[in-house]
Structure formats: C-alpha cells, structure tokens
Ligand binder design. Structure first.
Ligand code: ZN
Length: 273
C-alpha cells in the first residue's frame, strides 16, 4: 500500500476561543501548532491565519508570511495555503489569491459555492478561473476541495478546458451543513468518479473526522485531520492540539500496516514536478 499522507487543517477561520481554548490564534501559535503536527507525522500543513484583534480569519498577507516563515524555518512540511477568504465577507479575487505570492506547493481550490451555516461560501466561476490560471502560471498544485458531487464535474470541465492539469489532487470535505454527509457511501461514490491516476484525501467534519480518516486509510486514499475540521477528541472531550489528532491517526495507521508519508514521500505521491 502507498504511504499515507496526513494533512492538518491547523486553525481554519471560524472556530473561536469560546468554542475551544485550544484553537491557535496568533501567528506564533498557528506556526507552533503546525510544527508540532509535522513532528507527529503530518506532511501537509493547511494554513489559514487569524487577525489577532478579532481572533477570526484574515487574508492579511503579512500575517500569512509570518506563519509561513516560521514553519519553513523549522520543517520541510508541504504548505497548503487557503484561498477561501472569510466566511460572510465578499473579498476580492485579488485578496483571495494573495497567499499564492508566498509560493506554497499547494493551495486550496474550493470547486464551487455551497451554503455553510449562516453564510454562502462563494466560489463563482470567475474566481475559480482566475485561481486556476494563477496556479498554472506559478506551478502551484491546486488541492481541489469537493463539498458535493457536482464539484467533481466542475473540476473535470476545467480539466477539459486546460485550466487544470492532470494528475488532479482532490480533498473531499464531507459532513458540512450544505455538502455531502460524512458517510462511506459519499466517499465511495466520489472516489469512483474521479479520473484514474488522481490522488485524493478526505476530511470528515466534526464527528465524521475519525470515521472518515479510517475509511480513507482503508481505501488507500489520504487523510486530513485537525482543529479546523473538528475540535473534539472524543464525545464531549476537546482535542488539546492538532498533534494529538495526528498522533491518533498515526497509531491507527501503524496498527493497520500503512506507513506514514514524510513530506518528501508526499511530494512524490502528489506528483510534484
Ligand atoms: Zn481551510
């Protein structure tokens, strides 16, 4: 079996300190939490940053730079920077593309719009086309985030139009309020309709995190865990860190007999040129 790539959604943009005291907020906390997760076995760090004043997500490039510099100085982790903007705020395309200027190896590419709680997570065609063009020009691989099945077909259309390049890398996001549920059937269907030779990883939101991680592991995909997607370790018990969530996946993978990919293994698996 191929080695397992573990990605970590370090903090996202929405979880607050009221929900969990363990969510990293400052650039130093976000970087440190990512570094600990890398030490625990994560090879991909998915990064959002927070405005230290409001505690919520920001696209402020200077804060991104501080986090990225700190992580790069201590790890060889693959960085996957977010382009998702801030929920409920209609940021310009240019603002959302700013993290690309830091030359990460991966950026998130949310392949369509979807309702998320009180907000619409807007990813209109003009944004997706601009993002796709920029990733092609800069040689950055888009991580194709899929919340529902139509988004796979959106990616296939962009592949036909040469806006995306094979082999594709998908991140299935299952269990959001407006998307597909975190069930084995969702994952089976999605993994069957993507082009041969694609790589995929799965995120289960909330209670879906551990079951989807185990499913992804068994189905020879890859997995993402982390506080962005789930703040609990078990029912009613908050996770204390991203590393704690990574540790558990590493333990299960070892029992199952799947080796953990280092960042350099992950670069080969993800076909970075
Ligand atoms: Zn994210």
């Amino acid at each position: 079996m191929e080695k397992l790539i573990i990605s970590v959604g370090i903090t996202g943009s929405r979880i607050t300190r009221k929900q969990t005291p363990y969510i990293p907020i400052t650039p130093e906390e976000i970087a440190q939490s990512g570094i600990e997760a890398w030490r625990a076995g994560a090879s991909v760090l998915h990064v959002h940053v927070r405005d230290p004043k409001t505690g919520l997500g920001t696209q402020d490039i200077s804060i991104f730079k501080e986090v990225v510099d700190r992580i790069r100085s201590e790890t060889d982790a693959i960085l996957c920077l977010t382009t998702s903007g801030i929920p409920g705020r209609n940021l310009s395309i240019a603002d959302r593309l700013q993290p690309l200027s830091l030359h990460p190896e991966l950026v998130s590419f949310d392949a369509g719009s979807v309702n998320m709680g009180e907000h619409v997570f807007l990813n209109p065609p003009e944004f997706l086309e601009a993002l796709a063009k920029e990733t092609l020009e800069m040689g950055i691989k888009p991580e194709l985030e899929v919340f529902e099945v139509g988004m796979v077909y959106t990616c296939l259309r962009y592949l036909e139009k040469d806006l995306l390049k094979s082999p594709l890398h998908f991140q299935f996001v299952l269990g959001t309020a407006g998307g597909m549920p975190a069930t084995p059937k969702s994952l089976l269907h999605l993994s069957e309709i993507i082009p041969q030779g694609s790589t995929w990883s799965v995120i289960g939101i909330g209670v879906g995190q551990l079951p989807m991680a185990i499913m992804g592991m068994v189905m020879e995909g890859h997995v993402r865990v982390g506080l962005e997607d789930n703040i609990y370790y078990s029912k009613g018990v908050l996770a204390k860190s991203n590393a704690q969530l990574v540790d558990r996946v590493v333990r299960v993978a070892k029992e199952f007999g799947r080796e953990i990919a280092s960042p350099s293994d992950a670069r080969k698996i993800l076909n970075f040129s």
